[in-house]
Design a protein around this ligand. Structure first.
Ligand SMILES: N[C@@H](CCC(=O)N[C@@H](CS)C(=O)NCC(=O)O)C(=O)O
Length: 213
């Protein structure tokens, strides 16, 4: 049994969607970051950086913070959604790292400056909105001739998708990125994604782009 400490955010959903995809039994514990629960001493012992998600795997005794590390661990534990060796493995890790180093931090700043503090810091707003457009362009080009970012569905797609699910917060029109739109919709319809999105609780439906006219 795995304990998952999480909240209704993109990084949290990466872990819950992956656990659902892998069919691993787990218990979700809500860490309400709007109430600073991530700073409680008990949580600090599991997540030294005070951020969700974190897991404790009682089968192995391993506890982990950082969603990318959690995803690599769970994929290796089950032998699913991450090839065991060779270029296919490193291609998945490459795009997982792209999400961890680019998509997550940059789109997170878009949420802060363009959604929650609009007008407070015009330079930051412009910088991160521009970066969002650039990152969506990178993803759109990557998906132009393949179904998923590393050819077959993998932890890289699961890492990126919850961030793209906030396209409205990022003022992104998915019709400007048709390959991203197609990929986003395919993944949104997966049953495991639909279950994992609503962990630890449902706060709204999965955002979907307007139907094409
Ligand atoms: N690099 C970390 C980032 C985790 C992260 O930023 N988590 C956010 C929620 S999405 C959080 O816990 N924020 C609480 C805080 O910053 O105090 C990961 O991928 O796990």
């Amino acid at each position: 049994m795995i304990d998952l400490y999480t909240w209704t955010t993109p990084n949290g959903r990466k872990a819950s969607i992956l656990l659902e995809e892998l069919g691993l039994p787990y218990t979700a514990h809500a860490i309400d970051i709007t109430k600073d629960e991530q700073f409680q001493p008990g949580f600090l012992a599991i997540s030294p950086n005070n951020k969700i998600p974190a897991i404790v795997d009682h089968e192995t005794g391993i506890s982990l913070m950082e969603s990318g590390a959690i995803m690599l661990y769970l994929a290796d534990k089950t032998g699913q959604l991450l090839p065991r060796e060779g270029e296919p493995r490193y291609r998945v890790i490459e795009w997982l790292m792209w999400q961890m180093g680019g998509v997550g931090p940059m789109l997170g700043q878009v949420h802060h400056f363009a959604r929650f503090n609009k007008g407070a810091a015009p330079y930051a707003e412009e910088r991160f909105l521009k970066e969002a457009q650039r990152l969506y362009g990178v993803l759109d080009r990557r998906l132009a001739d393949r179904e998923f970012v590393a050819d077959t569905y993998s932890i890289a797609d699961i890492a990126i998708w919850p961030w793209i699910s906030r396209f409205e917060w990022q003022t992104i029109d998915l019709d400007d990125f048709p390959n991203v739109r197609r990929w986003y919709e395919v993944i949104a319809h997966r049953p495991a994604v639909q279950r994992g999105y609503h962990v630890p609780k449902k706060v709204g439906d999965i955002p979907m782009p307007e139907p094409r006219t």
